[in-house]
Design a protein around this ligand. Sequence first.
Ligand SMILES: *[C@@H]1O[C@H](CO)[C@@H](O)[C@H](O)[C@H]1NC(C)=O
Ligand SMILES: *[C@@H]1O[C@H](CO)[C@@H](O)[C@H](O)[C@H]1NC(C)=O
Length: 408
Amino acid sequence: MTGPALQFNGKRSSRRRLIIALVIFFISAISISIYTFARQNYHGELQFPTPESASGFSKDVRVEQFIKPEGIKIIGLVFFGRKNRVEILRCFLERNLVDNGGWLDEIHWVKNTDKPKDLEYLDEILASSSRYKKIELEGTGFIGYGYAWTHLEPGQLYIKIDDDVPWFADDTIPRVVTSKIAHPEYLLVSANLINSPLMGWVHYHMGAMHPYLPEFDVYDPPLLDAITSDPSRKPWRYTAYPNWTGPDDYFFDAFQDPPYDGHRWLRLQNDSDIHRTPVNDIEYKTWGNAVQSWAIAAQGHYSFLENLADGRLDRYKMGKNWLTDYRRLSINFIAIMADDVLNNLPMDTVDEEWLTVALPKTLGRSIAVETDALAVHFTFGGQGKMQQTDLLARYHDYALENACARRV
Ligand SMILES: *[C@@H]1O[C@H](CO)[C@@H](O)[C@H](O)[C@H]1NC(C)=O
Ligand SMILES: *[C@@H]1O[C@H](CO)[C@@H](O)[C@H](O)[C@H]1NC(C)=O
């Protein structure tokens, strides 16, 4: 008696299963294509500041105690290499042009690559402002660096900035310039850099580092997220992410490989857990683990983004200079007078060694870090694995939200 009915139901349900399967198949196919498309368009397009959009900047800086020195040009010297780095820096640089209320009279772009795609972008930048000049080099890398320093204009003040500086504050340039001019005895004044072989140790001991670890469980973004949220954005605020969870005795070595590409680091809830995170071992040493370990660098960046989000950048500042003489310091963001370089050429070794060790010793002049002038340096050569974190996307997101012009 129940036989035929069951058979009938069976046929109907298998047809229904087929329809459901087809619907699921199509939805999945569409979702996957949207998701793949979204991933490929990971980088949103950055827009550049105009005098109107940057007006908040000029007010902030002018209200402070800084007065731009007269009779001297302040020139940005940027070693241009990689488009995906420079496009973030460019927003910050343009905010700092005198036209937009900043202190940079000119920017000299040193061509430090031969890659056609990157060079196309350099041409685009050069065409965008009459305040930009290109410095052509014979050869790239260290030989090129030395050559660039012979092209300084006498009498001017230079701010040398690496192309992988993805953040600096509105007052950073005014602060390093003011400090350099107030202290002619220092050969150069550096900004206080996040991810620096020496300053990372200082930041740790000032309480500016926080406990972060790579996410313990592999994180798969739900398909729906990719469809409903803006795929080009990775929120820069740590509060947009969950806290770290995992075993209490879990330990991540400073030289361990990243867990997977695109992974993220999460905040451990208990501050005292910092003792089981990579930064616990950080050294005050030019060639030490702060420059060799991608994990220590990553933790420095995630900690910085937390301090930035919490409005606690004071954690890095001492209200005075920190002297590093005569230890070699990285020169990712420095202020130096052209004549101090030109009068002492030739540069008989790598520029960084010459500027922070050799010449200071010869002249008996210190190198100072202006601890209140903050900037971020993304990676050193040995920290390449850090590119497997989501950090660059977070800096990109910050730039879009705060440094670049808003889309109208
Ligand atoms: C993470 O932990 C902190 C401190 O216990 C807490 O205030 C915060 O709400 C937690 N965040 C999330 C997303 O659960
Ligand atoms: C943080 O960890 C320490 C050491 O394990 C422990 O004594 C303390 O109770 C913890 N604090 C919280 C809020 O869990």
